[in-house]
Ligand binder design. Sequence first.
Ligand SMILES: [Ca+2]
Ligand SMILES: [Ca+2]
Length: 281
Amino acid sequence: MASKARTPSPSDGATKQSTRLPKNGGQVAAYPAHGRGARQESPRAFRTKGFTLVELAIVLFVITLLLGGMLTPLSQQIAERQNSDTRHALDSARTALAGYALSHRDNTGKPYLPCPDRFNGGGAGDGEEDRLTDGRCATVVGNLPWHTLGVAEVDAWGNRLGYAVSPDYADANHGIVHNPVPATQVSICQENTCAQPLATVAAVLSHGRNGFGAHNALGKTNLAPVSADELTNVDGTPRFVMHPPTAADRAEGEFDDLVTWISPAWLLGRLCDPASACAAP
Ligand SMILES: [Ca+2]
Ligand SMILES: [Ca+2]
């Protein structure tokens, strides 16, 4: 009767190894690679396995410094991107205004600009220009007729853009006249006293990051501004202050409005060939 083959177990090999002489002639290694001796580590090796409380505190301190250094530039980047996006919206609005004039002519072929979307009354806040039956604008100062122009409704902060246009440049029955007429109705100023106004055809305004005085996308009016310069931009007159931003702790108060404007030369340069009837009497 054949004996049943026995499956060797790992313990067999270990037993055999333990009884076999080492190849180095029987000398025993100071730190064996296997077995009980492998777990006997030196005190120095044991200490390097973890952090002490002091080391942990230092690591947390460094991480806090790194996060603080990263978060501040991130907020600055967001603010700069919002400013850049709004400036792009203002530039797009100015181009769209010229495009409107290219496609709208009175009965003599002279172009004219769109009217503002008014703040109050019929048709207010719908993004459509508000024009009277006689061809004149219902208001000189209002919001940009974003729906009429096909541009963005709001700036980067969710507020509508303001818009003012000289009546002489937005009359549907009397288009822009030659050479052009003095654009005295809309002014750009460096401060609220407006010592040296820059007469212009039209202006487009964003009320900036603080949004004071703006009409938001919900049709509501934001809190009124505090500084005299920003108050000038919401007083309903076609006079707009434009200068670099100032912080709230400055003597002149906070100012973050963004303004662009259309000069007569810029507009006619895009509407007319100088030799064409467009610019002729
Ligand atoms: Ca309207
Ligand atoms: Ca503002």
